[in-house]
Design a protein around this ligand. Structure first.
Ligand SMILES: *[C@@H]1O[C@H](CO)[C@@H](O)[C@H](O)[C@H]1NC(C)=O
Ligand SMILES: *[C@@H]1O[C@H](CO)[C@@H](O)[C@H](O)[C@H]1NC(C)=O
Length: 200
């Protein structure tokens, strides 16, 4: 009898979990980002998670982790593992709205060419599954851009005594699952402060 009650409870829980997640509204991250003040409304801690949600979430986390490796390693063709071919990315001023994977890759490559190196550190990260084929995520980042030192100075270079430039922001990503793979279809890069230079 006792066991039966437990069994009945677990059945109720299993049914309740997908409903709780389905009722979680997904923020509209495209085409425009949502204000940072609204993030707590859309990304409260999960009260429960089912296995499918965990697997999908982990797949997206690993894909996001791959992004700094590509950017800092200047392996831009590998961005095809992260963005769909028709992806749109709003990288904010000065880069603006980039349409299509090839434009995203070429623009980022050119924008980073003047820095001898970069390091993108990802911070807090939340993923929400909207339905079986759509998800959103928010990821904080801090990007360190090492400035050219005493080398040849040309257009796009930054001169002065500083050795690093920091950028503070977050990615608000919209995902789609196509052919079994989660990829970003729309990205908003939202800056969370000014560009700051320093001497590291
Ligand atoms: C692009 O991002 C900027 C800054 O986050 C935002 O102000 C702007 O509205 C976005 N542009 C579009 C077309 O959504
Ligand atoms: C660049 O070279 C100048 C002159 O040699 C030197 O005074 C300065 O400290 C160097 N700057 C850096 C950041 O190394």
């Amino acid at each position: 009898m006792y066991l039966r009650t437990i069994h009945a409870l677990s059945v109720v829980l299993l049914i309740a979990v997908p409903r709780a997640i389905a009722s979680q509204p997904c923020a509209q991250f495209s085409p425009s980002p949502i204000p940072i003040q609204q993030l707590p409304d859309y990304f409260p801690p999960h009260t429960s998670l089912d296995a499918t949600t965990l697997l999908d979430t982990e797949a997206m986390r690993q894909t996001l982790t791959f992004y700094p490796y590509i950017i800092d390693g200047r392996a831009f063709p590998s961005l095809s593992s992260i963005f769909t071919t028709d992806a749109v990315a709003n990288y904010s001023a000065p880069l603006g709205v980039l349409k299509g994977l090839s434009t995203i890759a070429a623009t980022l490559e050119q924008a980073l060419a003047s820095f001898p190196g970069t390091q993108h550190l990802l911070g807090p990260q939340s993923v929400r599954i909207c339905d079986s084929k759509k998800a959103i995520s928010v990821t904080y980042y801090r990007a360190v851009h090492f400035l050219p030192q005493n080398g040849t100075v040309g257009p796009g270079d930054i001169v002065g005594g500083d050795s690093v430039l920091y950028a503070y922001g977050q990615y608000q990503d919209t995902w789609e699952k196509r052919d079994g793979l989660w990829k970003i279809v729309y990205r908003n890069l939202v800056y969370m402060g000014p560009f700051v230079t320093g001497t590291n």
